[in-house]
Write a protein that binds this ligand. Structure first.
Ligand SMILES: Cc1ncc(C[n+]2csc(CCOP(=O)(O)OP(=O)(O)O)c2C)c(N)n1
Ligand SMILES: [Mg+2]
Length: 890
């Protein structure tokens, strides 16, 4: 037994022996005995109301794994140190060379300098690729460490020197390297995008959970596999980090390891100058039920701590705040000693055992492979709990003259002398001239370093990072499977939301697709009428269902099951989106073509978790985002924070996202089947956003026109016409449930004897994009036959007045104005929503039949089709208020 007597800062000598009695208990009864005594004491304390708020959430500011429990280090630390120095040199050189070339592309040195050792232990001993026997690890490294990752890939022979030269120069002919991990930019390499601070934590948590989901549903063999996610300590400021850790513990994600690089600094300065980030995080993670491992002190401290029988040194460690520790990292040995000793003779005696140089050299846990190895080893054997490893490092370690400084994050340049000093320190065998030019250094293939590095990776399954893309293809079901939807429902009215739920039910019954469908809801299933799926498909729960649901006897029982198919995410759009991301990238991460359908309140999509959706784009995620309760006026009563009239406008800013705003069930069928075809058969890197409304109306049947499918997908088609579109004087364009307002306006206008065509616009965004592409092509090729945009062709043989009406902002129909004929008016829902009934809302936003007729008649007057008298006479039959307030100004 080699443990230390317990210590409690500030305890008096006479009480110490009470504490020391625990040693005897440990010796006689082991850890279990100690546990029993402690919980007995805890009970006693509760009974006597001797409360304390910091109970059990914090342990002393020491390594969690004591020296006597530390495993032997399996490798050769000397070679590993040499390799690490070479990597650190090359990573730094990448940034410096960019700086020297004047390209102005930037880069970061300090993050990798602090993280290199913890990453190397992972690369050498832990990050395992998938094999027949092992499920494979998913590795998410801090984004700003990417130069170090590239440097490693070069030494491993996976990246060329030319690409290293083009770090942050993606457009160079010989290929470049993207700044941070972006799968979209390097689809064979990076797996997870994480340059937006904070998002990688929910990404990792839900990836880990999704792996369990796949295992439990029998889609993936239970062969193990970890998700390793590295984040910065400053990054933990982001609410997505601490805001999502509960679920990892609740779901018992023992396949998740989160490593926090606690270099005590973020971009501007200290993370918690006046406190201790490690202790703060320990409390949060412990409180959330995680397994917490702290790696604070390097082996150099072991001897000193062994001498610390009275706990004086430990007390001093406890007293110092991160601001102090950051300062120690920049002070020379003698000044550090002064601070540590702080006038205490006992500390002075202890510290005198070390020379000033030794004091300066003494490492933090994050720079000590043996301490890191011990932590990782313990983490991979965690059972039923996720693990967080809090590793203390120095930001910019080894960047002489800058390490630990408040400016080190932004450090991109070093002068010749600094370069020489660093290279010397790292033992880089290049000429002074080469060092000053920050040339890359790679030992020969037969060198000890390269042989060692490659052997380690070989033992763990090969090179990483590597992104796979060889998933089996899936095809959509034939349209005949959706007969009930494409044949219309003139008798029973139905909403587009309900139509989508029916499409989903059909897909869930389809033999070849069924198991791959992943319905996701953030506590909104009943809002969308999805509760019918609870019983059929089951709600995924790792614990199954340990209770009888209150509605067990009904058809829509709340059924939770270990192999449930539905992901019910609770009120957490971030989590639900992270699940969408996990399911939508499973084709690459697990080789399984999972098809997520994520149903959410459309207003809580882009504006709530837009950055996560942007990440979906970056990670080449596939699937269907379903913005339910769509439309500023169709979702009535709910008011400003619910009524969405803008998500379609924002959707257009996501380049590979196809967005549709359909009016009818058959349009939905065509769009969803095409989505499956393009994403899962052709395997295109796109994803879909479809808005779905909760207004019920009769659904027409799929028109028989030859090109109807293509037209629906292109974004617009002729839906109905008084006689023919060519002799129509009025053209009304409608989308989503507002199509019903358009159809009512048409009836009114027909009673005034106008000939009218009604056009269903399924996607202004698709129309706009195609037209813009034509525009660009024509501009670049002025002498070629011009490509005519689809929207222009659609209206090439028509004339008259055009009125587009949307439950979205006018910006949406206005986006195609450039290519529309003259006399194009748009009506939309600019402004905040408000609590009212549908008819009142539509009147308020001026998109009801009367306002549509009004706009149409004014259009006819303006183009000279009718005179003032006729206009006035016909307007007098309408109910409108020209003096009412502008809804966008309310
Ligand atoms: C959402 C977001 N906000 C801000 C940034 C800019 N940024 C990049 S790194 C960084 C500091 C990171 O500090 P920390 O997490 O402690 O990592 P370290 O580099 O210290 O390891 C900031 C603010 C970002 N990338 N993402
Ligand atoms: Mg930091």
């Amino acid at each position: 037994m080699n443990s230390k007597p317990p210590f409690e800062p500030g305890i008096s000598e006479d009480k110490k022996e009470w504490l020391e009695a625990i040693e005897n208990i440990y010796e006689n009864y082991g850890a279990e005995g100690v546990q029993q005594i402690l919980s007995g004491l805890s009970n006693w304390r509760s009974e006597h109301s001797i409360g304390s708020t910091d109970v059990a959430v914090n342990t002393p500011y020491l390594n969690t794994i004591p020296l006597f429990e530390q495993p032997d280090y399996p490798g050769n630390p000397k070679i590993e140190q040499r390799i690490e120095y070479i990597l650190r040199w090359n990573a730094m050189a990448m940034v410096l060379r960019g700086q020297d070339s004047g390209s102005g592309v930037g880069g970061h040195i300090a993050t990798y300098a602090s993280a290199a050792t913890m990453m190397e232990v992972g690369f050498n001993y832990f990050f395992r690729k998938a094999s027949k026997e092992y499920g494979g690890d998913l590795i998410i490294l801090q984004p700003h460490t990417s130069p170090g990752v590239y440097a490693r890939s070069w030494l491993e022979g996976e990246l060329t020197k030319g690409r290293l030269e083009n770090y942050r120069r993606e457009l160079q002919p010989e290929g470049g390297l993207t700044s941070y991990p972006h799968p979209r930019s390097m689809p064979e390499y990076w797996q997870v995008a994480n340059a937006s601070m904070g998002l990688s934590t929910p990404t990792a948590i839900y990836q880990a959970r999704f792996a369990k989901y796949l295992e439990n549903r029998g889609l993936k063999p239970k062969l193990g596999g970890k998700v390793w996610c590295f984040i910065g300590d400053g990054e933990t400021d982001e609410p997505e980090v601490l805001g999502t850790i509960n679920i990892a513990a609740r779901e018992k994600l023992d396949n998740l390891i989160l490593v926090v690089n606690c270099n005590l600094q973020r971009l501007d300065g200290p993370v918690r100058g006046n406190g201790k980030i490690i202790q703060e995080l320990e409390a949060s993670f412990t409180g959330s039920g995680w397994n917490v491992i702290k790696v604070i002190w390097g082996s150099g401290w072991d001897k000193l701590l062994a001498k610390d029988v009275n706990g004086t040194l430990r007390r001093r460690m406890e007293e110092c705040v991160d601001g102090d520790y950051q300062r120690y990292s920049v002070l020379p040995g003698d000044r550090q000693r002064e601070h540590w000793v702080d006038g205490n003779p006992e500390l002075e005696r202890m510290m005198n055992a070390l020379s000033d140089d030794a004091v300066k050299e003494i490492k933090r846990g994050g720079q000590d492979v043996t301490k890191i190895f011990a932590a990782y080893q313990r983490a991979i054997s965690s059972n039923e709990k996720p693990t967080v490893i809090l590793i203390k490092t120095v930001k910019g370690d080894g960047i002489l003259g800058a390490e630990g400084s408040n400016t080190v994050h932004q450090k991109k340049n070093l002068d010749g002398e600094q370069r020489l000093a660093i290279a010397k320190n790292f033992g880089i065998p290049l000429s002074n001239e080469a060092i000053k030019k920050a040339e890359f250094y790679k030992p020969v293939e037969t060198s000890e370093e390269i042989v060692y590095l490659k052997a380690r990776r070989k033992a763990l399954g090969g090179h990483i990072p590597e992104r796979e893309n060889n998933c089996a293809k899936l095809s959509p079901p034939p349209l005949t499977s959706f007969e009930s939807l494409i044949n219309g429902s003139s008798k029973r009215s139905q909403s587009t939301t309900m139509s989508l739920v029916r499409i989903l039910s059909i897909l869930l019954r389809d033999k070849s697709l069924s198991k791959y469908i992943v319905p996701i809801v953030p506590d909104e299933a009943r809002t969308f009428g999805l509760e019918g799926l609870f019983k059929i498909a089951g709600i995924f729960s790792l614990q199954g269902q340990r209770y009888t649901p209150v509605d067990a006897d009904t058809l829509v029982a709340y059924r939770e099951a270990k192999d449930g198919q539905i992901l019910q995410e609770g009120i957490c759009e971030t989590g639900a989106l992270a699940s969408f991301l996990a399911a939508g990238t499973a084709y690459s991460i697990h080789g399984l073509p999972m098809i997520p359908f994520y149903f959410f309140y459309s207003i809580f999509g882009f504006q709530r978790v837009g950055d996560m959706i942007w990440t979906c784009g970056d990670m080449l995620c596939r699937g269907f985002l379903i913005g339910g309760t769509a439309g500023r006026t169709t979702l009535n009563g709910e008011g400003i924070q619910h009524q969405d009239g803008h998500s379609q406008v924002i959707a257009n800013t996501y380049p590979n996202l196809k967005s549709y705003d359909p009016a009818f069930a058959y349009e939905l069928v065509v769009i969803v089947c095409e989505g499956i075809r393009r994403m899962y058969e052709l395997q295109e890197n796109i994803f879909y956003y479809i808005t779905a409304y909760n207004e019920n109306y009769a659904m027409p049947s799929l028109p028989q026109e030859k090109n109807i499918h293509n037209d629906i997908l292109a974004g617009a088609y002729l839906f109905a016409s008084t006689s023919s579109e060519k002799d129509s004087q009025l053209h009304l364009l409608g989308s989503g449930s507002i199509m019903q307002q358009v159809l009512a306006a048409r009836e009114k206008l027909e009673t005034m004897n106008y000939k009218i065509s009604v056009w269903s616009v399924t996607s202004y965004n698709e129309l706009y994009r195609e037209a813009e592409q034509c525009e660009r092509e024509n501009r670049l090729h002025p002498f070629r036959n011009a490509r005519v945009p689809y929207i222009k062709k659609l209206f090439s043989k028509t004339s008259g007045v055009y009125v587009a009406v949307s439950d979205y902002m006018k910006a949406l129909p206005n986006s195609i104005a450039t290519w529309m004929p003259e006399n194009y008016t748009v009506l939309g829902t600019d402004g905040y929503g408000l609590s009212e009934s549908r008819p009142e809302l539509r009147e308020f936003f001026e998109i009801n039949p009367d306002y549509i007729c009004h706009a149409a008649l004014v259009g006819l007057f303006r183009n000279g089709s009718i005179d003032q008298e006729k206009l006035q006479q016909q307007l007098s039959t309408l109910n409108f208020n020209a003096e009412k307030m502008d809804p966008s100004l309310r």
